[in-house]
Design a protein around this ligand. Sequence first.
Ligand SMILES: Cc1ncc(COP(=O)(O)O)c(C=O)c1O
Length: 384
Amino acid sequence: MIPFIDIRAQREAYKSEFLKAEQDVLDSGCYIGGTVVQALEAELGQYTGAKHVITCGSGTDAITIALLALGLEPEDEVIVPDFTFIAPAECVMRLGGIPKFADIDAETLQMSAESVEALIGAKTRGIIAVNLFGQCPNYSKIKEIAKKHGLWLVEDSAQAFGAKQNGTSACTFGDISITSFYPAKPLGCYGDGGALFTHNDELAQKICLIANHGSRTRYVHEICGMNSRLDAIQAAVLRVKLRHLDEELKMRCENARKYDDFFAEYNNRTNSSSLSKGAAAKIVPQKIEHGNTSTYAQYTVLADNREAFLKLLEQAQIPYCIHYPAPLHEQPCFKKLAQTHESNSISQDCVASNAIEACKKVVSLPMCAFTNVEEIIAGLKRVM
Ligand SMILES: Cc1ncc(COP(=O)(O)O)c(C=O)c1O
């Protein structure tokens, strides 16, 4: 069976490096924080150009910590994309804030700057932009809007550590940027993990304080914080993977190119008549915007006739995922919010027609540096 993401092949490829790094931590007696975690933070800073890097327990923790550091208060509104993983909206809601759901661009699937601006009101405090599937939204526009309206910006780069926009590294666009080291991410560890990035000294201090029980001096707690930290063993795994990241990102791009060529050829070959034959109609890969490099955390296509395409994938025994089956404003947890905040009704405000449309068409295909795309394409050719 073809794996959706082949983490085991990656482990095999660098096994001796992993074993040495893991053994060194186990022998050190230092399992949380310490020199390995500090070394990773320094390397992540060098890689991205961010002045401060603070690792933590997960990407979700990182968003929560960022919101706390930026001073989110109950009833504050924060603009988030309608089409993404739940974490950004969930973290806002958890802290008593109100997520407002912005639409996406129909081709790149990234949060639309125009939609963000249309949602700004008197209670808006900030924007969480997501680097969806591995590429960045238009940060020059989003940053300009944030500046114009006096809003802070959090960059959620959980899916895009290693991506670039016009030569600038992801994880450096926000007042605070975050990433996730969940195992399936392009830079993933062997459990949960995350990191925050900022150029701002004051925010960096707040982040450290919040992530460490509100404490700078042992057993003196200035604020009520939380416990969110990266284990040394995870840091050791990440340091090995970081050494190979650029090479892996190139392999991901090559794999994406092979898929792109296949679907371009397929779309040329077939036309609308294929629909009547029950085959999938047009299948268009997520557009990568000029100036962006993607980590291809997901290789996602928009299939006009998704049902037919899924049947073909099943016939060819190719695994797939639907990222994401519903826009966030339709999730039961946010529908309830719309009822309690009638004047701020999320569903009434929401005009996220591109997000709604994308949810009906998206399909993600197997993708990592070790994915055998030729084998997948051969399988597809047999059925398409
Ligand atoms: C866009 C986005 N933000 C945040 C997260 C949360 O990261 P974690 O699973 O490390 O908490 C994810 C995880 O998939 C994500 O895709």
